[in-house]
Design a protein around this ligand. Structure first.
Ligand SMILES: [Zn+2]
Length: 151
């Protein structure tokens, strides 16, 4: 069966097979030619985002590239967006219950709660809520992102 050259996995498999040949034998020589063609295929390939079809610049590696990380952060269709919006929803609900939002307010509240004489169970769950809010504080470095996107 013809290998599917659009599949990165199949290209890698084929490359491995071709590289096994001895370059001095005639079949090895054919393998060299095939390898050179394979290089051409890889050169011209365009990597796209599986969620939105966004095309990365030619030659972007399929993993470990900052360009990928950067796009995943802003891709509207990435599953992460759904999780982020649910997290924001949960956080808003918790802010409504606790009544505090900033790190300073939360730290002050934690100090008060630790010294208070409320039942241990209430103290523990209040401190859990404070910690959850602190752990999910929106990154101050991000320029008011979240809703909408810059593209
Ligand atoms: Zn995308």
């Amino acid at each position: 069966m013809m290998p599917d050259l659009t599949s990165e996995r199949e290209r890698a498999k084929l490359r491995k097979l071709l590289e096994r040949g001895d370059p001095k034998s005639s079949s090895g020589l054919r393998n060299e030619v095939a390898l050179a063609l394979l290089d051409k295929v890889e050169e011209g390939r365009v990597l796209t985002c599986v969620y939105c079809g966004h095309e990365y610049p030619e030659g972007t590696p399929s993993w470990g590239s900052d360009l990928l990380t950067e796009h995943i952060r802003t891709c509207e269709k990435h599953p992460m967006r759904d999780l982020e919006s649910k997290l924001a929803q949960l956080r808003r609900a918790l802010v409504g219950l606790v009544g505090l939002d900033t790190r300073e307010e939360l730290e002050a509240m934690e100090a008060v709660v630790r010294l208070s004489t409320i039942p241990e169970k209430d103290r523990a769950s209040t401190i859990d809520a404070i910690h959850a809010l602190m752990d999910t504080l929106p990154a101050s470095a991000a320029p008011a992102g979240g809703e909408g996107q810059s593209l």
